[in-house]
Design a protein around this ligand. Sequence first.
Ligand code: BGC
Length: 738
Amino acid sequence: MPSETLTLAQAASLSSGGSFWTTKAVGDIPAIFVTDGPHGLRKQTGSADHLGIGSSVPATCFPPLAGLGQSWDPELIFRVGAALGDECQAENVHVLLGPGINIKRSPLGGRNFEYLSEDPHVSGALGAAWVSGLQSRGVGGSLKHYALNNQEHDRMRASSDVDPRPLREVYLRGFRRVVEDAKPWTVMCSYNRANGVQVSEDPFLLTQVLRDEWGYDGVVVSDWGAVRDRVAAVAAGLDLTMPFDGGGSDAALVAAVEAGVVDRAVVDRAASRVEALARTATAAAQIGATYDRDEHHALAREAAARSIVLLKNETGLLPLAPAGSIAVIGAFAETPRYQGGGSSHVTATRVDVPLEEIRAAAPDAEVGFAPGFTVDGSGAQSTLVAEAVDAAASADVAVVFLGLDARQESEGFDRENLDLPAEQRELLAAVAAAQPNTVVVLSHGGALDLREVAAHAAAILDGNLLGQAGGGAIADILFGAVCPSGKLTETVPLRIEDTPAYLDFPGEHQHVRYAEGLHVGYRWYDARDLDVAFPFGHGLSYTTFEYGAASARAQGDGIVVGIEVTNTGQRAGREVVQAYVSVPESAQVRVPRALAGFASVDLEPGERREVEIHIDRRDLEYWDIRLDRFVLESGRYVVTLGSSSRDLRASVEVELGGDEVSFPLTLESTMGEVLSNPTAAALIAQAMPMPDLPEGDAMGTDMARMMASIPIERTISFSGGSATREQLEQLLAAANAD
Ligand code: BGC
């Protein structure tokens, strides 16, 4: 333990930043360098900031997580993580500040472009792959923003008020998986409050859940500026306060120990964790390492192509022939939108321009271009539209690039609506009226209202945000060099009014109530049987897949499910098979279906393969608020396999043994609960013979059902003295002992 040799002042100082991006060197303990990402490095060269203002070294801008997640490809994401690790090594960065895996509770969340999904299984599985890849190169990850940081509005003060079940089953579930499976070197605590407590000062989240329950032994680092009260934060389990604050909070920590307010051991604990991180990170550093920019650009292109979702292709318009005349329309074709704004903003090593990539992919085609709109809304809109319509009308096909500008979605504020800018919608309507063969390519970080786009466009490619090689990847998909296989990780709703958090986002007076509970994302639309524009998990291909019959078996506490998938089309393609679990006879509130696993399969035309999905206990259990722990219910589990959450192809059942749980009867137990315990029922029948109740419909009322909800203790007052408290207590004790 280093702390034995460190003075109190040194221990306090080690557990706060030495600069904006470094820890302190103390004695022989080295300082380490941390930096943003996460979809590329934002290693700043000049002035430091956490808002994406100052310049940073060139780095490969891989697809931001919202885009990359659409690949549903842990193996690919591992490789992206590893490449990021190599870039960190080359730039002497020890910890990369990502991934962000907060749940997309509302599509309006300003930072959704940095997050993976509305679903905790997807967030956890893909987040773990990203961390494992990065850390395989000897560079640490920083799992963020832990926890309940699901909006930008008032993000430093607002309290996310959430019940225990959604907290555990939705909002913490992905974090748990990444912590348990990938062991990130650091976890970043978020800015907000959680159920009234500032997260940076919350012993429940920082110690009880993270360390005691999940066994985390790394460093908890604060988000930049998230610490209000350093003493309370360190006592709660925070190890590293960032950034450097001038030393004031170190002095406050020392004073608090000297005054007996906080134990010295608490400070030493934080210091020793920071020391362990610093030693591990510096030992793993590869001084003088380099990376190949072209190789990383190629990986960025592969990742981007895998992340594109083919939302619609009704007339089979895609893939396009690289011939004839193609009108490329939309400012984003020339000035692509490929990443989000704020602390994650990366200076790309280069940027593929979609228009140029289309020309390169179709050298024999006549490719015209009309901007159609300007990104900043300037210019004569009617002239721009007229030019675009002319270009579209005289071409064989129009490819229209639409989307949101970086100013419309960024860290620090939420979006106001789901709309594409009016001038873009107007442009599309005019172009589509002139050219039925209209393809729309979308660039955006958060979900959009796509009703008009779906009505006008014959085909839609959802690029989300694709990083620096997105232009090439779009060309790869447009002309069929790559067969699309991405799937949505977030539902595209019809209207904002339909969304789960609509009435409770972003809250008021520093509180936001997560009133939708467990019904987040597709769970909500399914439970309420609401139509959506495009469902969670949706994504088409240029080929078709047929699913055979499914089989399932229990394995340990989990389920192994298998299904044969056949490529019934003309092209090689990849299908992401999704497994959703329902527990129809559950005694708990359950969502209709929850994603519990997925796997992908590459198939040549005509090829058939068995796909196996392993579902583990963590995706089956529910949080029991009476026991304050997860419980695996016994009973029938239905696994439904599909190509999306609403394109379900086969289902299979399996019985699981589950956990033994018992709930002792108390005086507060209802008559119904007591009578459903056979021993108690027999004892009651002996001791307190019940009146013969008329069965069923007596006086329009089912008396037995009415009585079932009366706590047994209240029967004392109805018994006219024939039942006593002691008698009931003895009876319940006897039943509980049986
Ligand atoms: C963001 C973090 C980021 C940090 C450092 C904060 O504002 O929330 O995600 O890592 O700044 O730039």
